[in-house]
Design a protein around this ligand. Sequence first.
Ligand SMILES: C[S@@+](CC[C@H](N)C(=O)[O-])C[C@H]1O[C@@H](n2cnc3c(N)ncnc32)[C@H](O)[C@@H]1O
Length: 309
Amino acid sequence: MTLASEWTHVTVLRDEAIEALAVKPDGCYVDATYGRGGHARALLARLGPRARLHVLDKDPQAVAHARAWAQDDGRIEVHHVGFAQLADWPTASVDGLLMDLGVSSPQLDDAARGFSFRHDGPLDMRMDNSQGESVAQWLLRAEVSDITRVLRDYGEERFAASIARAIDRHRQSHGAFARTAELAALVARQVKSREPGKDPATRTFQALRIHINGELDELQHALQASLKVLKPGGRLVVIGFHSLEDRMVKRFMQQHARETVDRRAPVTLPRAMPLKLCGRVMPSAVARAQNPRARSAVMRVAERTEAAA
Ligand SMILES: C[S@@+](CC[C@H](N)C(=O)[O-])C[C@H]1O[C@@H](n2cnc3c(N)ncnc32)[C@H](O)[C@@H]1O
């Protein structure tokens, strides 16, 4: 048996993310998604004795891992919080903020966490399993229309309505879904077409995970908070793994970096924007071949300017 602390995570875009943060040796940095510390370790290696590194994660197992790693290093502070809470941090206090979004491999590989349609386990999917409602509990009480909306909006699932109706029939005859395999089998019966190389339950599981963890709301709040906490010249680096989160990051950065010009308005002075775009990076072909998680990764980078948000 593998202990939870032993599950590993292959870090995506590690060196590229550290480059993008343009690390100052005495700076204050936030790794808002510690996972198993792949980025945090590489970042710490660039930092001098007077630097500060804050690491955040919602997941109690990730936080335990971070605490064990950080215990002998007074520069590191570990926070068991969702990254939306950055909104409460002091203004202009951070030189760089990194978010490597989504789930870690240990969360997916440990069947007991209930994220996986491949490894049967209790249907849970909470990143912070010390609080809140599991997917099994939500599916037992949710309206069919809400289940349909979640599967359609967060999974872009064509068969959302028939999966939601099948979930409803199942809970009326059997009660709550206990196991991930039970849900995956039900979804496979409703999904009438097959995408090459993709399990038919992929979209449903992604949608339920995004919903139960409030992932897109948290991301929107954290992006907004970045404008407050970053110092001028500070970098925002975000790695996304699906189109919904990448679209949100792209729109946010563009909205705060590019002035929209009203062509009908009389001449207006150019407005200083709070962000400057620094580009987009994808994993190399080699990295994509070596790590399946890297295939869908997109990293976007922006720099905080002097302008008010
Ligand atoms: C892709 S993994 C990060 C992997 C890490 N960069 C590494 O190299 O080991 C994402 C991590 O972010 C955490 N996470 C996801 N959403 C979060 C949120 N809103 N607030 C804090 N942590 C979050 C997950 O629990 C998971 O541990």
